[in-house]
Structures are given as C-alpha cells and as structure tokens.
Design a binder for this molecule. Structure first.
Ligand SMILES: Nc1ncnc2c1ncn2[C@@H]1O[C@H](COP(=O)(O)OP(=O)(O)O)[C@@H](O)[C@H]1O
Ligand SMILES: [Mg+2]
Length: 299
C-alpha cells in the first residue's frame, strides 16, 4: 500500500496554476525527498495533503483512503512553515498545549516519547523563544509527532541548519522511519543532504511531477567522471575534447564524462605536453542528475 497517492492534482491562485495536474506516489516507509525550485509547488502540495488548502481538482489518497477520511487524517503529522509555538512558553508547555488540542490521553508519556525522538529530553524547560533554529525545527517535528502519526510531512526542515544540526536531523528522520515505521515526506532544495537519507525522490517543476525515482534508480544512473586541473586549462580543454566524448569546464576544473580510469586522462594529457596538477574520480549524484534533468527540459 502507498502512504500517498496523488493523481492529476490541480490548485490555482488567482487564475494561475500552482499545481497543474500533479501525480505523486509515496510508498509506505519511504523517506521521500520532494525536490524543486522555489515556487514549483512543494508547499502547496503539502498544504493540500494536510487539508490546509482545498484542491481545484484531482485526487489525494492516503493509505488507500480518500484524504478527507477522518480515520486517515489523524495519522498525518506536519511541520509546514513554522511550529506555531508560543514564544514565552517552555518547550514542554507548548507540547502540552498541542496534546490538549489533539485530545491525547497520556499527554505526559507522549511528550516524553517525542522529546526523546528529537533528542531534547534535557531542553524541555527552555522557553521556545530562547531555542536555536535547529532546536526550533526539532520542536516542530516533536509537535508533528504527537499522537504517533503514520505520515510525517516536513516542509524544508533542514533550511538554514548548520552541519551539526543537519546531522542530528538526519539521525532523527532515519530513526522515525526505522523505529516507528513512519513514512516521511520531506521537501528541500538542499539536494546533497537529502541524498544521504532519502529512499525515494520526486522532482517537481512548475506544478508537475517531472520524475519520480528510487535511491537505487539514482545509484544506477550514477556515472563516473574524471576531474582534472592542469596548468593550462584552455589548451587542455581543446586537447581533451579531441580525445574523449564528453568534456566540460565546470567550477574551475575540467570534467571528463564517461571515463572510469583517471590514468587514461593524465596519460593522454602528458603525451600531449600538458602538465596535470590534480586528478580525481567523481560520481554524479543527485545534484548533477537534477541539474542535467532541468537543463534538458528547458532546452
Ligand atoms: N496563498 C497563495 N496565494 C497566491 N499564490 C500562491 C499562494 N501560495 C502559493 N502561491 C504560488 O504558487 C506557486 C507555488 O508556490 P509554493 O507551493 O509555495 O512553491 P514551493 O514551496 O515549491 O517554493 C508560486 O508561484 C506561489 O507564488
Ligand atoms: Mg515552499
């Protein structure tokens, strides 16, 4: 069964389509990385799933049922925009208020459970306004986790976090899926971070799903390239173009695509009188795949 199944979803604002027939399939247990440029329709999709907006057309099914089914609504937790916390109240007090809103019976126990998941057991007494951005994001996740949802929707939760904050966030998300069997939909434009945790990807562009793929698909597409730096990149570029099928000058280095052996590239350059300063074997990951996909569709 799929956690989310969206078909031909449409939503317009003042006559302009933000979502223009979006299809999306999120399998149960996935960490689904939802990727797209600003304004492509990620938040709109998430708000529709959460029932914060009403669609113009199309269907949304969650766990095999229509998304308006009350039985399914209680299984969705979300963090969209901000946690909606009271700044002067403590983390624990904010969680308590949300438990009351949701009618959660064993509130104290549930609060301890979610605090543990987001690794904030020792910070529950701190006022929300005094928390760091990373802590606020984690509190937002804790709020969304109250009531043990089966689907967690997170809108750009790693935006603005430092390396350490991102690492903790990654650990929390993996924990949520592995330990609690929760499905996570996470939107982001920080592709390199998503790549470390996502099991599935959906790439949205101008309100339409451009491509959905699994982490294994992406791995299968991963291509090797050899990056070199020489003392004369202009000349080396001309040389390499004659010797290899695809060469590009990117980010201050020459990238030779479709070649696996760095020695072949250096030997070729040396034979032709070019000194090699640096050579590395790289792999095309999500970021490169995404850029490639975007540029193709634009052409
Ligand atoms: N409440 C709104 N009123 C008018 N236009 C909106 C509203 N919400 C979103 N939009 C427009 O819909 C498009 C998609 O926005 P959004 O879903 O926020 O994109 P993303 O989250 O991918 O950056 C944008 O062009 C945005 O300006
Ligand atoms: Mg957004």
């Amino acid at each position: 069964m799929n956690a989310i199944e969206i078909r031909s979803l449409k939503k317009s604002f003042r006559g302009l389509y933000a979502l223009d027939g979006l299809d999306m399939t999120v399998p149960q247990g996935a960490i689904y990385g939802f990727i797209g440029e600003n304004g492509s329709g990620k938040s709109t999709t998430e708000k529709l799933i959460c029932g914060h907006l009403v669609p113009d057309g199309g269907s949304i099914r969650l766990f095999g049922r229509d998304y308006t089914d009350p039985g399914v609504r209680v299984r969705v937790g979300a963090l969209i925009e901000n946690a909606g916390c009271f700044p002067e109240s403590s983390v624990r007090a904010n969680l308590m208020m949300q438990c009351i809103n949701l009618g959660i019976k064993d509130a104290a126990g549930e609060i301890e459970r979610v605090l543990k998941i987001v690794r904030m057991e020792d910070a529950a007494h701190i006022k929300f306004k005094s928390c760091s951005l990373g802590m606020k994001q984690r509190i937002g996740i804790a709020m969304a986790l109250l009531g043990d949802p089966a689907l967690l929707i997170l809108d750009e939760p790693i935006n603005g976090l430092d390396a350490d904050g991102m690492r903790i966030m990654r650990e929390i998300l993996v924990d949520i899926t592995k330990t609690y069997g929760c499905t996570v939909l996470i939107s982001s434009h920080i592709l390199s971070e998503l790549e470390k945790i996502a099991t599935h990807y959906g790439i949205i562009r101008q309100g339409k799903m451009l491509r959905e793929l699994t982490a294994a698909d992406l791995e299968g597409r991963a291509r090797v390239l050899i990056s070199v730096k020489t003392s004369d990149d202009v000349q080396a570029f001309e040389l390499l173009r004659r010797g290899f099928p695809a060469v590009r000058y990117e980010d201050g280095q020459l990238n030779v695509y479709g070649e696996e052996d760095p020695k072949k590239v250096t030997a070729y350059l040396l034979e032709n009188g070019q000194a090699v300063r640096e050579v590395r074997k790289n792999k095309i990951g999500l970021e490169e795949y995404y850029v490639e996909l975007m540029s193709k569709k634009e052409a």
